[in-house]
Design a protein around this ligand. Structure first.
Ligand SMILES: O=C(O)C(=O)C[C@]1(C(=O)O)C=C[C@@H](O)C=C1
Length: 290
């Protein structure tokens, strides 16, 4: 039976590229396009079985819309992560000079990844946010006006646009981490990461105490982020990531302690940690999707 997988469209987004990498070689996937991240996450379990969503970027940090939906509104679990290079380009319908561009369209993450370039080289241009970089290209392609889009170089061929400036992100090594959401996470591979969310009582030392459980067992934390609880100003929910699988003996014990010492606790999933070239070719692949 086909596995229905959702991605942020239209064609040419970075998320589509991540989805193609993830599904390559597996003909069971049926690919379904969505025009926004919330719409896609809400559809997991009904219209789709899996979804590819951006999670964090090396310049701009977390994709808050994804984080908040996972924290507050979804039961989906993380089953995989992929890290992809993100090279941004400025695309236009005609060979406009940078000074001529009046409006620059893109997804907010993409605009902010190029903040310095856009301020310095397109000082006159207004910024307009779109649901995706490819949506920006579609808008620009429909008009004869001096407008430009920020996105993947592939948008040029797909929408008949010219690349007027290449690699415009403010830091060269720009990468985005994508996650695959599903109704269940992955089995242990020996090289995993676990993501959890929790809230503590608002009293001295409560977060310190929770972090201490991980430190005591020498478990390596890889991310901690606070997001508004949405109940009151100044109240937060924490998203924490740690190396290891929730079925590993030590981590399992620590997660139990965390659960017993927090006011809210949810495991978002355990999944193989991304590493270029892992597992080695011909190596022992415990995970059928790698
Ligand atoms: O608009 C796209 O191309 C997307 O796939 C979205 C998105 C994001 O939300 O972070 C993905 C990767 C890049 O960091 C820029 C934009």
């Amino acid at each position: 039976m086909a596995i229905r997988i959702g991605y942020l469209g239209p064609a040419g987004t970075f998320t589509e590229e991540a989805m193609c990498l993830y599904t390559s070689g597996n003909e069971h996937y049926e690919k379904l396009e969505f025009s926004s991240i919330p719409e896609m996450i809400y559809s997991i379990g009904t219209k789709i079985d899996e979804a590819v969503v951006p999670f964090e970027n090396s310049i701009e940090g977390s994709v808050n819309v994804t984080l908040d939906l996972l924290i507050h509104e979804s039961m989906a679990m993380i089953k995989k992560e992929l890290v992809l290079p993100v090279n941004q380009n400025l695309l236009a319908k005609k060979p406009f000079s940078l000074e001529e561009i009046e409006i620059v369209y893109s997804h907010p993450q993409a605009l902010y990844q190029c903040r310095r370039f856009l301020h310095e080289r397109l000082p006159k241009a207004l910024w307009r946010e779109t649901e995706s970089t490819a949506e920006a290209a579609r808008i620009v392609a429909k008009s004869e006006k001096p407008w430009a889009a920020v996105g993947h170089r592939r948008l040029g061929e797909l929408y008949g646009l010219l690349i007027v400036a290449e690699n415009i992100q403010d830091y060269k090594n720009n990468v985005t981490r994508f996650i695959i959401l599903s109704h269940e996470d992955s089995l242990p591979t020996g090289f995993d990461r676990t993501s959890v969310v929790f809230a503590t009582e608002n009293k001295p030392g409560s977060l310190y105490r929770v972090l201490g459980f991980f430190a005591r067992e020498n478990l390596n934390l890889t991310k901690i982020e606070s997001r508004p609880s949405r109940k009151a100003l100044g109240e937060y929910v924490f998203l924490l990531e740690v190396e290891g699988h929730r079925d590993d003996e030590v981590l399992k014990k620590v997660l139990m302690e965390v659960q017993n010492n927090t006011t809210y606790f949810k495991i978002l999933g355990s999944y193989p940690r991304w590493q270029e070239g892992y597992p080695p070719a011909g190596g022992d692949r415990k995970d059928p999707n790698l």
